[in-house]
Ligand binder design. Structure first.
Ligand SMILES: [Zn+2]
Length: 433
């Protein structure tokens, strides 16, 4: 039997080594040692890591690559970012949003990032960003899964037309119900917004992903309401709390109770390490809190945790580049997750965990899954994070859609080797000292 593509001698994220992966008709047709068959294309992985693609569980594609428009964020704070976005919104055109989003998706594909959940602001009565990203979702469908969240940036109850516009956005085909309870005027309004939005999602059979408790306020506890509404409405497994930064500052006893509730509700957590570490703690002198939610403790409680990118070159964040290994690298450091299992969990936080949160079907390296793969210039997930490894080949539905040359630097030093390839410098695990 002939295949469309065979990748030979790959290591898989679960540690299986020397595996051949064969693809036919857009699906993975075989995963085993030494597949004896022809293929339209054969790639020798030479022992490198072959992973399912990266997935970003939290992004803002309507603002991405708009850095500097109409001005830069001088304070670097979350609130100036929101104000700046408010200045930019009336100036947006559908075409400009579409073009920036398509450029970002090119960058994402180059980095092996083939599924993105993006929030889209519904507080502009024109719903221009919604229309633009619905168009982008269709245009990128052959190579990237874009899931959209109806996000009331200015507050579901606080902004006069937000509730009506959010319903319009869902009617137009936006996939997920968003929210921002900590931005409502009072704690009571925040809780009321969570209830109303969860009821809306339950009535329509949709998933929920709220910006939740994105502050350093230890008493911001909307995640508790989100989890209890999830149980009340039978939404288990379909709800995510994004950011959850207030949990960093909460009382430890309270958190021990909260984690059990979240686990019971099967509520997922999405931390955004790059953004959390620069936006939180802004009212502190020293010690200065770092704000990221309690990732190791959430994992310990059995809760699915993903790392998201959140922003790339927009009113909130001037850096970033669609590189989920960069996100994992930062998350690993901020959460102090340097144990080997913990580092592997950080790789899962940008691959399998967000795939579960988005509800992607056919994700993974098993027979019958979509033939969506990334070949990395690294031997295992830990090395991939350490090196922010080059994506040697990116495969979508069995076809190579992006290729990069491995990193190699020529040295001109007396008595030293002529070339440096970063992966060759790692000590081998278990090798004699
Ligand atoms: Zn966000």
């Amino acid at each position: 039997m002939g295949f469309d593509l065979i990748i030979r001698n790959a290591r898989l994220p679960d540690g299986r080594d020397g595996m051949d992966v064969a693809c036919a008709d857009g699906r993975i047709a075989a995963v085993q040692h030494g597949i004896d068959a022809e293929a339209g294309r054969i790639i020798d992985a030479a022992g490198r890591l072959l992973s399912p693609p990266f997935v970003d569980a939290h992004f803002h594609m309507d603002s991405t690559l708009s850095l500097g428009q109409p001005r830069l964020n001088q304070s670097g704070t979350l609130l100036e970012g929101i104000a700046l976005w408010g200045e930019l919104k009336p100036l947006l055109t559908r075409e400009a949003v579409v073009q920036r989003a398509l450029r970002y998706c090119d960058l994402a594909v180059a980095q092996g990032l083939l599924a993105i959940r993006s929030h889209v602001d519904v507080c502009d009565d024109r719903l221009l960003a919604v229309e633009a990203l619905l168009e982008v979702r269709e245009r990128v469908k052959p190579y990237l899964d874009l899931q959209l969240v109806a996000f009331p940036q200015d507050g579901y109850l606080r902004s006069p037309n937000a509730a009506r516009n959010l319903t319009r956005a869902l009617d137009a085909g936006v996939d997920v119900v968003g929210g921002i309870p900590h931005f409502e005027r009072t704690m009571a309004d925040g809780a009321a917004s969570v209830r109303a939005l969860c009821e809306l999602a339950a009535a329509r059979g949709l998933r929920v992903d709220m910006h939740c408790d994105e502050s350093d306020d230890p008493l911001s506890r909307h995640i508790e309401t989100l989890a209890s509404e999830t149980v009340r409405l039978g939404l288990q497994g379909r709800v995510a709390g994004s950011h959850l930064t207030s949990m960093h500052s909460m009382d430890n006893y309270y958190v021990s109770k909260l984690l059990a509730l979240m686990a019971e509700a099967h509520v997922h957590a999405i931390a955004n390490p790059l953004i959390n570490i620069v936006l939180m703690g802004r009212h502190d002198t020293y010690p200065k809190r770092r704000g990221m939610t309690r990732v190791p403790e959430l994992l310990q409680a059995g809760i699915t945790v993903a790392f998201g990118q959140d922003c790339v070159m927009d009113p909130w964040y001037p850096l970033g580049g669609a590189d989920m290994l960069d996100v994992a690298h930062m998350g690993l450091h901020v959460a102090q997750m340097t144990g080997r299992d913990a580092m592997r969990a950080c790789f899962e936080a940008v691959t399998t965990a967000p795939a579960r949160i988005l509800g992607l079907d056919g994700y993974g390296i098993d027979v019958g899954c979509h033939a969506d793969l990334v070949l990395l210039d690294a031997r295992d997930p830990i090395e991939a994070i350490r090196l922010r490894a080059v994506r040697i080949a990116v495969v979508r539905r069995g076809r190579v859609i992006a290729e990069s040359a491995p990193r190699c630097t020529r040295l001109a030093l007396p008595g030293r080797p002529g070339a440096v390839e970063p992966a060759d410098y790692a000590p081998r695990e278990g090798a004699p000292a």
